[in-house]
Write a new protein. Structure first.
Length: 187
C-alpha cells in the first residue's frame, strides 16, 4: 500500500511542473521534515561535520528548488534530495580541505565491519564521493542503492520499493557495491 502522503507530494510536483508557484511552496512545506531527517541521518554518520542538519536541509532544498523540477513522483523527489544532501556534505568537506591542499594523499582504510559511508575525515568523504561517481558510471543501480541507504537514510525495504526490485536484490547489490567501493578506495 502506498504512503498516503505519496499521492499528495506527487500531485504537488505535477502542479509545480505545470507552473503553479503556490504548489512549489506547499511542496517544500510538506517535504521539509523528510529532507531534514535525511540530513540528520547523514550527520549521524559524520561526527566531524561542521554543519547542522538544519543547515544541510536548507542548502539541499535550495539546490532542489534551483534544479529542473523534472521529478516524476515522491520517490524520485526523495532520491534527488538524497543526492543533494550528499553533494552539500561533499562541498562542505571540500571547503574545509581547501586550506590543506598540497599534502600527501591520505589512505582510506575500510574494514569489513564499517559501513562504506561513515567517513571520519573530509578527505575520506571526498574519496568516497569520487568512488561512488565511478561506480555510477559502470553500475548506476548499485550506486543509487548505496546513495539511498547511506546518504538518504532509506531502509532496504524502502529502497526495494523505490527501485521496484526485491529486498534480496537490494541486499546483494549493496554487498557487491560495498566490495567494489572498498577495492576502489584501497587502490
Amino acid at each position: 500500500m502506498a504512503d498516503p502522503g505519496e499521492h499528495d507530494v506527487t500531485r504537488l510536483i505535477a502542479a509545480w511542473r505545470g507552473g503553479d508557484d503556490a504548489a512549489r511552496e506547499l511542496l517544500m512545506q510538506r517535504v521539509y521534515a523528510n529532507v531534514r531527517a535525511i540530513a540528520a541521518q547523514s550527520m549521524r554518520r559524520m561526527p566531524q561535520a561542521t554543519l547542522s542538519a538544519t543547515d544541510i536541509a536548507h542548502e539541499a532544498l535550495i539546490r532542489l528548488l534551483g534544479a529542473d523540477a523534472g521529478w516524476e513522483n515522491r520517490r524520485h523527489f526523495f532520491h534527488v534530495a538524497a543526492q543533494a544532501t550528499r553533494q552539500v556534505l561533499v562541498d562542505a568537506a571540500r571547503r574545509r580541505q581547501a586550506d590543506k591542499r598540497g599534502g600527501d594523499a591520505e589512505r582510506v582504510e575500510l574494514d569489513a565491519a564499517r559501513d562504506v559511508a561513515q567517513p571520519e575525515t573530509d578527505a575520506e568523504l571526498m574519496r568516497i564521493d569520487a568512488a561512488l561517481r565511478k561506480l555510477s558510471e559502470t553500475d548506476p543501480r548499485r550506486a543509487q542503492i548505496v546513495e539511498l541507504v547511506y546518504f538518504g537514510g532509506l531502509s532496504r525495504a524502502e529502497v526495494a520499493a523505490a527501485l521496484d526490485v526485491s529486498e534480496g536484490t537490494v541486499d546483494r547489490d549493496l554487498r557487491l557495491a560495498r566490495a567494489w567501493l572498498r577495492t576502489a578506495l584501497d587502490a
